[in-house]
Design a protein around this ligand. Structure first.
Ligand code: WQD
Length: 339
């Protein structure tokens, strides 16, 4: 099938483009390149031997989306990765987050419906689940907007509501909501990976920067949680497993509207992730036990059985696979894509 990847030059988009090409689909990337580099197009070709044309543009702008269809359409599906996604930043910049994360969806759906797409696959998040008492989260777990702690998560839940209402009056459009847990890792080639600008908010890229000596020490945010080792538990999923989940959703999703958790269902603590990274590096890494970070949950992880049942997809890669591939990417690209 022919797929337009909005935000397709980003971390998850790039890995998904590779998985789609390797599964025999055609892909076109639409990206404003504010949080990535155009170099990924060449890296995708190096890995797959196939081309993923890159349209420089903003998914919220009708003219840019129309241009992608005019120049490279028609498309069977749009996969929508084009969002701002830093939880802490969203608290400081709510308007920018609601504007960007909703306008992109409005525009992509509007143009997509006019141009006859049959599938819209949305990059959602496990942070839409609002009640820790529901752990491990199934797709039916509580999702109460007012109980979510930040504009990022709220904007993603609002998107799900918009897409649900649109699909109800457009039965010709299949909508699939993919709720990611914690995507980490990099393609085993070491040619593509996560390349956050500035000092990383997230644990895995921060540990990688400490491992290469770009940052002095890891701050462990909180050692007094009600968890086995006192540090936060998360459901880390290898980005290649996540990408393969998108191929399964494109090929297997049922008509209508469906949501799927894309996670491993196996919670890993901060200290366990750091130990895994130390095994990959072959030495201990400097770490500081620090106070909890505002807004953090003690634990979040999913029950991924619905995706396995209905999409025939299951995350296969371990935390050691994730840290090994991040270390390989970080060593080969100490400054990310900007050589
Ligand atoms: C993980 C754990 C921290 C940094 C992310 C994304 C969000 C969403 C879900 C997609 C926590 C601890 C962190 C550090 C630490 N993704 N930590 N030291 O907060 O779960 O959210 O995944 O929707 O967009 O932000 O991920 O990597 O920031 O934190 O101890 O320097 O690591 O307390 O327990 P989080 P994270």
């Amino acid at each position: 099938m022919r797929v337009l990847l909005a935000g397709g030059a980003g971390y998850v988009g790039t890995h998904t483009a590779i998985a789609l090409l390797e599964a025999g689909h055609d892909v076109v990337l639409l990206d404003d390149l504010t949080n990535t580099s155009g170099i990924v197009s060449e890296r995708i070709h190096q890995i797959t031997g196939k081309r993923a044309p890159l349209v420089a543009g903003n998914a919220a702008h009708v003219d840019d989306v129309e241009r992608a269809f005019d120049d490279f359409g028609p498309f069977d599906s749009i996969m929508h990765f084009a969002a701002k996604k830093a939880v802490g930043e969203s608290v400081q910049q709510p308007l920018a987050y609601y504007r960007n994360n909703l306008d992109t969806t409005y525009t992509l759906v509007k143009v997509g419906l006019q141009r006859g797409i049959s599938s819209f696959i949305f990059s959602s998040t496990g942070t839409v689940y609002s009640d820790p008492a529901d752990l491990p989260f199934t797709e039916e777990a509580s999702r109460n907007l007012v109980e979510l702690s930040n504009p990022y998560s709220k904007s993603k839940l609002m998107n799900e509501v918009v897409l649900t209402d649109v699909q109800r009056v457009h039965p010709e459009l299949n909508v699939t909501l993919l709720r990611y847990f914690n995507p980490v890792g990099a393609h085993p080639s070491g040619l593509v990976g996560e390349d956050p600008k500035g000092i990383p908010n997230n644990l895995m890229p921060f540990v990688a920067r400490v491992a290469v000596g770009a940052l002095p020490a890891i701050n462990v945010f909180g050692t007094d949680y009600d968890t086995p080792d006192g540090t936060g538990l998360r459901d880390y999923i290898h980005v290649v497993d996540l990408a393969e989940g998108h191929v399964a959703a494109l090929e297997k999703a049922r008509p209508g509207l469906a949501a799927y958790n894309l996670g491993t269902g196996k919670p890993v603590s901060v200290l366990e992730l750091i130990s895994s990274f130390e095994r990959a590096v072959g030495r201990e890494l400097p770490k500081v036990m620090a106070p909890r970070r505002d807004g953090d949950l003690a634990a979040t992880y999913c029950d991924p059985s619905k995706a396995e049942r209905e999409l025939g997809w299951k995350a296969e890669r371990s935390i050691d696979d994730m840290t090994r591939d991040v270390w390989n990417w970080q060593q080969r690209n100490p400054s990310g894509y900007e050589a």
